[in-house]
Design a protein around this ligand. Sequence first.
Ligand SMILES: NC(=O)C1=CN([C@@H]2O[C@H](COP(=O)(O)OP(=O)(O)OC[C@H]3O[C@@H](n4cnc5c(N)ncnc54)[C@H](OP(=O)(O)O)[C@@H]3O)[C@@H](O)[C@H]2O)C=CC1
Ligand SMILES: CC(C)(CO)C(=O)C(=O)O
Length: 297
Amino acid sequence: MADIAVVGPGAIGSVAALAVQQTGRHAVTLCARRDPGAIRVVDDVTGEVTDLTMPVLTSPAKVDGPADWVLLAVKAHQTDGAAGYLGALCTPRTTVVALQNGVEHVARVAPHANDARVLPAIVWISAEPTGPGEVTVRNNISSLLQVPAGPEGEEFAKLLDGAPAVEVELVSDFTTAAWRKLTTNAIAGIMAATGRRAAVYQREDVKELALGLARETLAVARAEGAQLPEEEAEALVGIFERMDPDIGSSILFDRLAGRELEWDARNGVVRRLGRRHGIATPVSDVLVPVLAAASDG
Ligand SMILES: NC(=O)C1=CN([C@@H]2O[C@H](COP(=O)(O)OP(=O)(O)OC[C@H]3O[C@@H](n4cnc5c(N)ncnc54)[C@H](OP(=O)(O)O)[C@@H]3O)[C@@H](O)[C@H]2O)C=CC1
Ligand SMILES: CC(C)(CO)C(=O)C(=O)O
């Protein structure tokens, strides 16, 4: 049995907590910044509804000791704000799994983690807050978590082994996998900019914009060591074209709720690293300020 803390019981945190609960063999605690009340997870394919039954803390001061595992599921821009929990939960024997989008998990989390091991995770799950204390998982997309192959990744896969809510995949070329996911996140920024769900990618003008965004993101990805050919752009935009038109994105849900946006980790990074490599990013040069301004609104 392991002592597991889920920091950030939002959409992804709730799915992660459900997976731990499904194993039935670990002690798990939700670490929130306010009482989220009862949380239930709905599977939109099977209609199954599962209530989360673990205890909830609402302040790092209530942490009574270190955790073996921390599943960190706050938004990237909320990581500094979660430093109190990380400081209270982490020791060098802890593993923090960064269940976040982006390609900068370790650099973002490690400074707060008391020399704990930080395992970056790519989250191929679509989970939407669909009501007070309710998260709906769009399981016709996937329920996949990708982590770097190696001892920590193998331990994480074993930790959640047998949980139907998630599948853990070990990947040997994590850089390529992370940049492939980042490119989908960059494309999803168009949802936040337009305030529209995946149906927006049926527009020819938006498709062209998404292709340009994907192509520049992949050029930066290759400069960062990802093995992603130019034609990957059409494949990734195609994911959005084929998506159910009512599927959204976490950055869209924040936009619609008037919350701060995770724009820098998902879109700003393309511009930042593009400049470092001398790669033009004309679409990001327009989209990033639009998202940043919407975030300030
Ligand atoms: N949702 C999705 O479909 C997907 C999301 N992702 C990524 O997963 C990560 C998490 O996203 P998501 O679950 O959607 O985000 P949510 O906004 O749903 O959840 C974030 C949670 O963290 C909590 N939180 C924020 N700051 C703190 C803090 N200091 N201490 C404790 N809890 C805190 C929030 O609390 P509060 O309610 O008070 O704001 C909220 O419960 C992001 O990087 C996202 O891009 C990746 C793939 C898909
Ligand atoms: C579901 C998906 C892939 C869409 O970008 C995502 O990563 C998110 O919502 O943050």
